[in-house]
Design a protein around this ligand. Structure first.
Ligand code: SAM
Length: 176
């Protein structure tokens, strides 16, 4: 399984970005996301609503202590990948090294400030290019590389609505 941990959320200011981290995590194939306990209920509610409408499975978990979440993940035999512009630039070799281990993966993305322990407690510090950009973009590219694009055609379960792709216009059908 693959989970995302979003740390460094600033209430109000990061409302939209954290929501987008959650949306991208789900849409790009992660099985769930850990959010800090101070993340607004409205963000959790809107992500839950997306799962209810467009399907899952996708779990939203609140964490009291992200460091414990990271340690717990490792204790349970999982790998922790921290996405950071200061890390090793993503490559097929690095991805194969991770995939070869066949372990659960926790992908950690930060916000404005990242605590220094994260660089040392993560198994891999991986850059999506060594230039500053965004947690939303970094997460999307990493997951897409990890799943080799297959996540984009994955079927979601228990969806109430499904898009029927159109050259023009919008078509959405209700599922029973
Ligand atoms: N100033 C922060 C720091 O100390 O690294 C980074 C701020 S950046 C807006 C927020 C998050 O986006 C980072 O914590 C990282 O997860 C992600 N990010 C930004 N650029 C990245 C890159 N080139 N590669 C991987 N992740 C990146």
């Amino acid at each position: 399984k693959v989970y995302v941990l979003r740390i460094g959320h600033r209430p109000v200011r990061d409302h939209r970005v954290t929501t987008h981290v959650g949306l991208v995590a789900r849409a790009f194939g992660a099985d769930g996301i850990f959010l800090e306990r101070h993340v607004e209920e409205s963000i959790i509610k809107s992500l839950e609503k997306v799962v209810e409408t467009w399907g899952g499975p996708f779990e939203i978990v609140k964490t009291v202590n992200p460091r414990h979440t990271v340690r717990e993940w490792k204790r349970n035999g999982g790998i922790v990948v921290h996405l950071t512009m200061y890390g090793e630039n993503i490559s097929d070799e690095l991805l194969n090294l991770i995939l070869f281990q066949n372990k659960d993966i926790l992908v950690v993305v930060g916000g404005e400030k990242v605590p220094s322990w994260l660089y040392y407690e993560s198994d891999y510090n991986i850059a999506i290019g060594n230039q500053p950009h965004s947690e939303v973009a970094a997460l999307a590219i990493f997951l897409d590389r990890l799943f080799k694009g297959k996540e984009l055609t994955r079927e979601f379960h228990d969806a109430k609505l499904v898009v029927i792709p159109q050259k023009r216009g919008k078509k959405v059908v209700k599922k029973e």
